[in-house]
Design a protein around this ligand. Structure first.
Ligand code: FAD
Ligand code: SF4
Length: 328
């Protein structure tokens, strides 16, 4: 690992100022940045530590919804009763991620900005298209964990559990940069490989995520995040789904269905939402919505299993969200 400066600002503004110098990187819990540095895939000239910055560890109900500071850890998220009650999909997503050890360090901001897990991307010897080369090795190579949607240019899958869960709660990502604050609806936060191969998030250089605001459940509503993993722990999801719905009598309304781990960015499945809206969210309706959610999948040689798995995952997320709405 190359030498780097260690910068410890006291405020988000000072952190943004420190990061304005080219080559510096923000450091949350370090669970992704440090492995990338150790393998030589990132070589920052300085790291700007975010721990303890004013306001970045708050978790509170505000006029904007529930504001989650970007330095809140996944462990704090999945032990918080306000999150469990008002943002159950976010609670589930944090609880299922990684391992207890990782969750104790991993932060919300870092979780959204973690880089893809594609093994060709992570291997220093493969100069694939994402690293400036001209080949996606996953197309012909080992692709059992890769994308089943939007998989032409680069076949990475979105790795963050919080991404789909935040979208199910109509989150807004609050960002501070050299030009001031801006608020990015989570649907606009992700960058597809076709838009820019070098990044996965819509942050300008030096921009800091300070918080994420989520719409809490209200009325007879429920949400849930489900994923299927190859291993019970120490692993990313093979497929994931966050669902939210409100009950109008016994019919579903205001449905959100967002899938993760199956395309380069989280995907909102509006056709599946349309299938469920106005229906009683029972098993048959959930399967019908799941069928709409998987429509258009284009699996690669080794990952057709993900399509079947995703169908069941979407169905389960809908039924859990519906059961929670009935109990609310
Ligand atoms: C074994 C293992 C299993 C895992 N399984 C899962 C899983 O199932 N689901 C899942 O979602 N994740 C999983 N993870 C990933 C883990 O959740 C992420 O590594 C973690 O959330 C990153 O957060 P961090 O604070 O450590 O980020 P860091 O490593 O500190 O930073 C990651 C990136 O984000 C940038 N960054 C950090 N904070 C900010 C900010 N506030 N504003 C702007 N940029 C910022 C950094 O500069 C860096 O580029 C797993 C990790 C491991 C090691
Ligand atoms: S999927 Fe993307 S990151 Fe992986 S080898 Fe292909 S271009 Fe590289």
């Amino acid at each position: 690992m190359k030498n780097f400066d260690w910068i410890t600002p006291a405020t988000p503004e000072a952190a943004v100022q420190a990061a304005a110098q080219a080559g510096r990187a923000f450091l949350g819990g370090g669970t992704d940045l440090l492995p990338l540095m150790k393998s030589g895939l990132r070589e920052p000239t300085g790291v700007v530590q975010l721990k303890g910055l004013t306001g970045m560890e708050r978790l509170e109900l505000t006029a904007d919804g529930i504001t989650i500071g970007a330095s809140i850890t996944l462990a704090a998220l999945c032990t918080d009763t306000l999150v469990q009650r008002s943002l159950p999909a976010v609670f589930d997503a944090a609880r299922h991620a990684a391992t207890p050890l990782v969750r104790n360090r991993a932060t919300v901001g870092g979780n959204l900005c973690q880089r893809p897990r594609c093994w060709y991307f992570r291997h220093p010897d493969y100069a694939c298209s994402k690293k400036g080369g001209d080949t996606c090795y996953a197309i012909e190579g080992e692709n059992k964990f890769h994308a089943i949607f939007d998989n032409t240019t680069c076949n990475i899958v979105h790795p963050s559990n919080l991404g789909p869960a935040f979208w199910a709660h109509d989150a807004v990502v609050v960002v501070l940069g050299p030009k001031g604050e801006r608020r990015i609806p989570v649907a606009e936060f992700w960058v597809r490989p076709e838009e820019d191969m070098r990044t996965e998030v819509a942050l300008e250089p030096g921009e800091l995520i300070t918080s994420v605001s989520c719409k809490p459940l209200s009325g007879r509503s429920g949400s849930a995040f489900e994923e299927v993993n190859e291993k019970q722990s120490y692993d990313w999801g093979l497929v994931a789904c966050a669902a939210r719905l409100t009950l109008d009598g016994d019919k579903a309304s205001d449905v959100r269905i967002v899938i993760g781990a199956v395309a380069p960015v989280p995907l909102r499945r509006e056709a599946a939402e349309a299938v469920l809206n106005g229906k009683v969210p029972n098993e048959a309706a959930a399967w019908a919505a799941a069928d709409a959610a998987i429509a258009g999948a284009t699996p690669l040689r080794d990952n057709a299993y993900k399509v079947t798995m995703l169908r069941a995952c979407v169905k389960n997320a809908i039924l859990t969200a519906a059961a929670r709405a009935r109990k609310s």
